[in-house]
Design a protein. Sequence first.
Length: 457
Amino acid sequence: MSRFVVSLSVGFLAFSVLSGCESGTPPTTASPSPATSSSPATSEAKPSAEVAETSKPAAAKSDPLKDVVPPGPLVPYFNPLTEAEIGEGWISLFDGHSLFGWEPNDKGVNWSVADGAITADSGPIGLLLTYTPFADYQFRCDFKMAAGGNSGVFLRTLADPKEIQKDCYEINIVDEHPAGFLTGAIVGFQKTAEPIRGSGDWHTFLLTADGSKITVSLDGKEVASHDDTRPEARRSGLIGLQKNEGKIEFKNIALKPLNQKPLFNGTDLAGWRVVPGSKGEFTLEEGTIQVKGGEGFLESESQHKDFVLQAQARTNADAVNTGVFFRSEPGTEKAKSNGYEMQIDNTRTELNASAPGSAAGDSDLPKNAGTGAIFRRVNARRVITKDKEWSTVTLIASGPRISTYVNGYAMVHWEDTRKPDPNPRKGQRLDAGHFSLQGHDPGTDASFRAITVSDLP
């Protein structure tokens, strides 16, 4: 009903990256911990030049993959989205098996996954929150509540909302409410025309946050809407699933970003420039950007800080390596793209039918970080795309937190905790930067289209 934030606890599996994708100077890696990098004590006696020369240790080689953190849990693959929904930009916020991408604001709530649903039934009032915030979107979920229970879905919420009309928009799920804000109501703003009980069988919410307007549809029927024109109205925030009283279950949780603006107009390369010194070719063919050869980069003229980026990508040959760089410094001939990289590489490891969710004789473990990885930072959970086929990628950056989705499936939820640095190869960059499409090597052959972006408030 109201009250409530953060602490993620997710199991991880580690996979190794076998080859690189970034071109140019490798990033500076963090110093090893004292436990692994303590130097041997040095003697005060000076050895002879000959002894010093022969006993001099070999220069340590920098390991560019040392700081790669483990990816999210590899669970049986489940994606509830249709091909049409993937093409429209929907992303699935629940993989059907784990709480990957969700954080409780109170660890006392017993959030878990059972029978393909996120559920809770004991502990204090609390929220289960998305990893990153969203601004304008359609949000869809199925819910089932026990009789007499109390729950809700919170839109554009703070991590720990205190004031219901200031810190969030709560869409109620309840059988009784003292002020009459029953199921489907926007608590504190708009009641439903008729009283609706939330318990019983499964129900479906379609919730829309679009600019100043919040709209609620329940089981295919619009039941409430509110246009919040106040200066203090919330324009972005986390999404929260509430456990208040009794048992609640949620499944088929998905989101479609709204008000994405074209970053590529489909007719020419206006708004983009080839970085000086690039060896790759960037051309326009039938409404798509063609990237061939490399190394080289096509860089956006605009800069973006916190955003939702969506694009369709295709590798046009086997084992092609490319990527989308973001928050990049302006490219120069000497430093063509100092930025974070969302990897696009569909190569897989050797067959590993024993991996959870893998079919017999198949493997979807990434060989080279995997499409959706943040290269040299965190690998993709699995490879679900194939060369010579279009895929839809979604990249969300909010402060130090970054999430990626491939065909709507969550690949990465990662927080950059490194020390700040203008060059993301060396440290955390929160400032706005350019996007750039990568020509990795002479064998690069890739296509991009439908590139859109929305900036998060």
